[in-house]
Design a protein around this ligand. Structure first.
Ligand SMILES: [Zn+2]
Ligand SMILES: [Zn+2]
Length: 247
């Protein structure tokens, strides 16, 4: 299987190290057909996210410049948005979502929730998780429910790294994603992504996108771990939307 597009790369506009231009150059070196710039939304705390929603205009201008410089690769302007409420709100509001070439969204620790209530229930912030009186199974059900609401309420192309640091019910999430046409990510950077997750999601009819989640340019287009999982689960390019059979 050949993965032709890496939708999931970060730059120094959020918590990555390279510039848009450097990620584009790395994509050319890696032989990719397209690369997505997907910096963290503004609700990510501690400088992990972009400083504000208006900052995306600046990233967009850099993407435009990089497009002129690197015509041999398609450069896509995207975002990795955060889930910030139990109702499924993202930190990139719905009316802005069409400004992007694609929208990734996921649950992250260290996120400013829409309200204290949302934060406590979602365990958005590590501290809140400890303060929260919810047992783990209940927290998992709430996280899952909020993610599913987000899938129905927004224009999300891919849910990133389900289960990373915040537990979710893969089966229920995958069922909703399959219905709406939102893909699930097989993230190549996180060890918690297991074969079991891929198999359970595939059994619900979910589609997948393989992502590097590169935070340095050298990791752009590096999919070894995700590809091994996809192969072990018996996935083909029919289920993996950014892959095709190697000619
Ligand atoms: Zn993420
Ligand atoms: Zn990421």
């Amino acid at each position: 299987m050949y993965v032709h597009t890496d939708y999931h790369t970060h730059t120094c506009h959020s918590d990555g190290q390279g510039t848009v231009d450097e990620n584009a150059a790395a994509a050319v070196r890696a032989g990719l057909r397209a690369v997505g710039i997907a910096d963290h939304g503004p609700a990510s705390l501690f400088g992990i996210g972009v400083p504000s929603l208006s900052h995306f205009a600046r990233i967009r201008r850099e993407v435009d410049r990089a497009r002129r410089r690197w015509p041999q690769v398609r450069i896509l302007f995207g975002v990795e948005a955060n889930l910030i409420s139990l109702r499924g709100d993202l930190d990139v509001p719905e009316e802005m979502q069409n400004d992007f070439d694609f929208v990734l969204a996921g649950l992250h620790p260290y996120v400013r929730p829409l309200s204290l209530h949302d934060g406590l229930a979602l365990g958005c912030v590590r501290l809140m998780e400890r303060l929260s009186s919810l047992p783990r199974s209940k927290a998992r059900a709430k996280n899952t429910d909020a993610l599913i609401r987000a899938v129905y309420r927004n224009h999300i192309d891919v849910i990133t790294h389900p289960g990373y640091r915040i537990p979710v019910d893969t089966r229920a999430l995958a069922r909703a994603c399959a219905e709406v046409g939102t893909a699930l990510e097989i993230n190549s950077s996180h060890d918690h992504i297991t074969l079991e997750y891929v198999e359970i999601a595939a059994a619900q009819g979910a589609t997948f996108v393989i992502g590097s989640d590169a935070h340095i340019p050298d990791r752009v287009g590096r999919f070894e771990r995700a590809l091994a999982l996809a192969k072990a689960a018996g996935l083909t390019p029919r289920e993996v939307l950014n892959a095709e059979d190697r000619p």
